[in-house]
Design a protein around this ligand. Structure first.
Ligand code: ATP
Ligand code: MG
Length: 730
C-alpha cells in the first residue's frame, strides 16, 4: 500500500534526461514492491473464490450469511492497492484528462540486427473535450504512439521521454482508459446485441439498474448504426457473420458504453464507407462536448478522412517515419503546407494532399509516371525534411511546447480506474453465462469432442468386449483399457484449446480496458465448463464402462465417471497455464502435448514404478504427474473386490484377489484408498487454476514495471545501439 502511495502521489520529475531516467527506475521499483505487498491479497481473493465456487455448486446462490460476507469482503479485496489508494485520494480530481508527451522516443529491437527507431522525439498534448487526429503514411508510427500513450508497448521495445496524465506520471493500462485497437477481437459466437448487452452489464456501474444498462446499450448501438445487425452473429474464422466495418463499430460501441474520460482509437473508420465514417466520427467527437469542458479526451489515428470528417478534428498530429511533420490546429495545417511551398490543389481533399506530400513509400513510381521534366519538384524525402525543419522553427511548435509545459505545471488529479463497474458476483455471473453460451455455440469447444469421444468409446468397447474375470489376459486387458482411458481420452481434452485461446484474446482486450477482474474470468470459465465436462465424462464413460463389462455396481461407475471428469478438468487447467505462457495456440498445443506425453511416460504404467529411473522420472515426475493418481484410482476402483482365475504366472485353478494383483502386478501404493487419489486430483485442479490466476495477476503487475525499467533516455539508447562495426555510408 505504502509503495503505491509513493507511486501515485509522486509528481513528475524535472524535465532533465537523467531525472526522467531515475523517475522510470523509481516507478519500476515501487511497482514491483507494490506487487509483492499485494500478493497476500491475491491469495485471500483466491481462497474466497474457492469457497464461493463451492457455494455456487451447492446452490447457495440465495442470499445467506456466508454469501453476504463473501460478497462484501471479496469486493473489497478484489480492488488492488492502487485502486484503493485512488479511491481514497479521489477528492479534488480534475474531471477531464490532459495527456502530454514530450520528446518521446520508441525503439524496437530487431534481434541480432540491432534496433530501429519507430518514434523520434515526438511532442504533443491532448485536452478534454477535444479530438486529436494522428495521421501519416502507413508504418509511420501512429499505432506505436497510441500504444506508448496508453502504456501498451510490446516487450521488445524501449521507450524514452515523458508521458504525463494531468501532469503526473501514471501507468494507463487496466481500466484507466478505453482503447479501440486496430484489429477487432470479439467473441465470434455472440450476436451484436448479446455482445453489447453483456459488456454493458459488466462495465456499467452497480448503481445503474439493468433496464438503464439495457437502454444505454441500445442507444449506443443505434449511435453506431448497428440497429439492423443487432441479431446477427459477429462471426469469424469458419463462419461468416458481420462485415469488417460492422465489427469495427461493435468494438467502438463496446468501448464507448461507459463514456470514458480518455479514449484511444486506432483506425476507427477502417472498413467504413465515407458516410458511416462521418457518423461514427461525429458521435465520437460529440462524446467530448460538455458545457464545463470535462468531456472525453479522444486521440484517434485515422487514414483518409473525408473533408467533412477532417473538420471534426480539433488538433492534427502528422507523422512521417516517426517524426512530427505538423502538430497544431487541424484548420491551420493547410496554411502550413502552403507556406512551405506545398499548397493543396483546388478541389483536392487536404488530408489526401498531406499524405501524398509525405508518403515516400512509392516515390519512384509516382515521379516516373507523373513528374513534369521541366519543373523541379523536390523529392518526397526533401519535402519531408523541409516540413519538419519548418515545423520545428514555427510558432506552432513553440506553442505546443508552452502548452505542454503549462499542462505539466497544473496539479491535476490521478486518473481513476474503472471502480464503478459491476459488483464482483455480477461479473462472475455474467462471465459464466457468456462463456456458457460461447461453449454451447462453438462446435469445436465441446460438441465435436463429445462426438469423437462417443466414437472412441464404441471402438474401445468393441476391442475390449467381454473382459470377464477368467483367462490369462483378463488382467492385462483391463489394465490396458484403463490406461487408455486415463491417458489418451483425457489427453484429448487438449482439443478445446484453440477455442479457449480465442476466449483468452477477448479476455486480454477487455482486461486491458478494465471491463472486469481476473478472478471473475477464471471463476466464470471454470463454472461454465462444468456441465459440458459432466456430459463428456458420463456419456462416453457409460459406453466404455458397461459394454466391456468393467466392475459391476453403480458406485464403481460413478467413481469412474468422476475420475474422468476430474482428469479432463485437470488437463484444461494445465492448458490454461500453457495458454498464459505461450504466444499462440499452435505452440500451446505442442507444449501441452509434450508435457502430457512426459507425464504419461512417468505415470507408472509403461514402466512399473519400481523400474522407473530415479532421477527425473521417479523424482519428481512420477509424483507430480496426475496420471499416477488417475491410474491408481481407476485400478483400485476396478480390481479391489474382484477375484480372478487362470491368471498368467499363477498356478491353474488358483483364485487371485484384486488386491494381490494391484500389489504384485501393478506395484500400486495400497496404503491409502482410491478416494485419496481422487482428492489429490481435485487438489491439483485447484492448484493449477491458482497458478493460472497468479500468472495473470503477476503479468499485470510486472509488465508495467518491466516497461518502466526499459525506458531509457534517448541519448543513452542511441549510444548503446550504435554498431561499432558499421561501415560509413560513403
Ligand atoms: N514491436 C515492434 N517490433 C518491431 N517493429 C515494430 C514494432 N512495432 C512497430 N514496429 C514497426 O514500426 C513501424 C511503425 O508501426 P506502426 O504500427 O506504429 O505503424 P502505423 O503508422 O500504425 O501503420 P498503419 O497505418 O499501417 O497501421 C512499422 O515499420 C513496424 O514494422
Ligand atoms: Mg497502425
Amino acid at each position: 500500500m505504502l509503495s503505491n502511495v509513493m507511486l501515485e502521489t509522486s509528481k513528475c520529475p524535472p524535465h532533465t534526461k537523467r531525472g526522467n531516467h531515475r523517475g522510470a527506475r523509481d516507478f519500476a521499483v515501487s511497482s514491483t514492491l507494490g506487487y509483492l505487498i499485494s500478493r497476500t491479497k491475491i491469495f485471500y481473493i483466491y481462497m474466497a473464490s474457492i469457497v464461493m465456487y463451492y457455494s455456487v455448486l451447492l446452490n447457495l446462490h440465495k442470499p445467506n450469511p456466508l454469501s453476504l460476507f463473501l460478497l462484501e469482503n471479496i469486493t473489497m479485496a478484489a480492488a488492488t492497492p492502487i485502486e484503493m489508494e485512488t479511491i481514497s485520494n479521489s477528492k479534488g480530481y480534475h474531471e477531464g484528462v490532459f495527456i502530454t508527451w514530450e520528446d518521446v522516443w520508441v525503439r524496437a529491437s530487431n534481434g541480432r540486427k540491432g534496433s530501429k527507431s519507430i518514434l523520434e522525439g515526438v511532442t504533443g498534448y491532448a485536452r478534454p473535450g477535444q479530438l486529436l487526429a494522428l495521421m501519416g503514411p502507413s508504418g509511420c508510427g501512429k499505432s506505436t504512439l497510441l500504444d506508448a500513450l496508453a502504456g501498451r508497448l510490446g516487450s521488445n521495445t524501449s521507450q524514452a521521454g515523458d508521458i504525463l496524465v494531468n501532469g503526473r506520471r501514471q501507468a494507463l493500462a487496466y481500466g484507466t482508459s478505453a482503447y479501440v485497437t486496430q484489429d477487432d477481437t470479439l467473441m465470434t459466437t455472440l450476436t451484436v446485441k448479446e455482445a453489447v448487452y453483456y459488456s454493458a452489464q459488466l462495465q456499467l456501474p452497480k448503481t445503474m439498474s439493468s433496464s438503464e444498462k439495457k437502454e444505454r446499450a441500445e442507444t449506443t448501438m443505434r449511435e453506431m448504426g448497428l440497429q439492423e445487425a443487432m441479431n446477427t452473429r459477429i462471426g469469424g474464422w469458419g463462419c461468416k457473420g458481420l462485415s469488417g466495418g460492422q465489427k469495427r463499430r461493435v468494438t467502438i460501441c463496446i468501448e464507448i458504453l461507459t463514456r470514458p474520460k480518455l479514449l484511444f482509437l486506432d483506425e476507427p473508420t477502417s472498413g467504413l464507407d465515407s458516410a458511416a465514417s462521418y457518423y461514427v466520427m461525429s458521435r465520437i467527437a460529440r462524446l467530448g462536448q460538455t458545457d464545463n469542458g470535462t468531456g472525453t479526451t479522444v486521440i484517434a489515428s485515422i487514414h483518409q478522412p473525408s473533408s467533412e470528417v477532417f473538420q471534426l478534428f480539433h488538433n492534427l498530429c502528422l507523422l512521417s517515419s516517426g517524426r512530427t511533420v505538423y502538430f497544431g490546429p487541424a484548420s491551420d495545417a493547410n496554411q502550413f503546407f502552403a507556406s512551405n511551398g506545398f499548397p493543396c490543389p483546388t478541389l483536392q481533399n487536404p488530408s489526401d494532399h498531406f499524405l501524398k506530400t509525405i508518403n515516400k513509400d512509392f516515390e519512384k513510381d509516382i515521379e516516373q509516371g507523373l513528374a513534369d521534366p521541366e519543373t523541379i519538384i523536390p523529392s518526397t524525402e526533401e519535402a519531408i525534411n523541409i516540413l519538419i525543419k519548418s515545423y520545428k522553427a514555427s510558432a506552432n511548435y513553440e506553442q505546443v511546447r508552452s502548452q505542454v509545459a503549462e499542462i505539466c505545471k497544473q496539479d491535476g488529479g490521478l486518473l481513476e480506474k474503472k471502480r464503478s463497474r459491476a459488483r464482483f458476483l455480477t461479473q462472475c455471473q455474467i462471465l459464466t453465462r457468456r462463456s456458457f453460451v460461447n461453449m454451447y455455440r462453438d462446435l469445436g469447444y465441446y460438441w465435436l469432442r463429445l462426438a469423437i469421444y462417443i466414437l472412441l468409446s464404441i471402438g474401445l468397447a468393441t476391442v475390449f468386449h467381454n473382459l470377464g474375470t477368467t483367462g490369462p489376459n483378463s488382467v492385462q486387458a483391463r489394465g490396458s483399457l484403463l490406461m487408455f482411458i486415463a491417458s489418451f481420452l483425457t489427453f484429448m481434452a487438449i482439443g478445446g484449446f484453440p477455442s479457449f485461446v480465442e476466449e483468452m484474446k477477448v479476455f486480454e482486450r477487455e482486461r486491458l480496458n478494465g471491463h472486469y477482474g481476473v478472478t471473475p474470468f477464471v471463476i466464470g470459465n471454470s463454472l461454465s465448463a462444468l456441465p459440458y465436462l459432466v456430459l463428456i465424462s458420463v456419456i462416453p464413460g457409460a459406453i466404455v464402462y458397461y459394454l466391456p463389462g468393467l466392475h459391476e455396481g453403480l458406485q464403481h461407475f460413478l467413481y469412474f465417471a468422476l475420475l474422468i471428469f476430474t482428469c479432463m478438468m485437470l488437463v484444461e487447467s494445465l492448458m490454461m497455464i500453457v495458454a498464459s505462457l505461450v504466444p499462440n495456440y499452435l505452440m500451446g498445443i505442442i507444449t501441452g502435448a509434450g508435457i502430457q506425453g512426459l507425464m504419461i511416460l512417468g505415470g507408472g504404467f509403461f514402466r512399473l514404478p519400481n523400474d522407473l529411473p530415479d532421477p527425473f522420472w521417479k523424482y519428481p515426475l512420477y509424483y507430480i504427474a496426475f496420471h499416477k493418481y488417475a491410474y491408481q484410482g481407476l485400478f483400485k476402483n476396478e480390481f479391489q473386490g474382484l477375484k480372478f482365475a487362470n491368471v498368467n504366472g499363477v498356478p491353474r485353478n488358483k483364485i487371485v484377489d484384486g488386491e494381490t494383483i494391484l500389489r504384485k502386478n501393478w506395484e500400486l501404493e495400497m496404503g491409502y484408498s482410491k478416494w485419496v487419489d481422487l482428492g489429490i486430483l481435485f487438489g491439483m485442479i485447484l492448484l493449477y487454476r491458482l497458478v493460472f490466476l497468479l500468472i495473470l495477476k503477476i503479468a499485470e503487475k510486472i509488465k508495467p514495471a518491466i516497461s518502466a525499467l526499459l525506458s531509457v533516455p534517448p541519448k543513452q539508447t542511441t549510444q548503446i545501439m550504435v554498431n561499432p562495426y558499421a561501415l560509413p555510408l560513403n
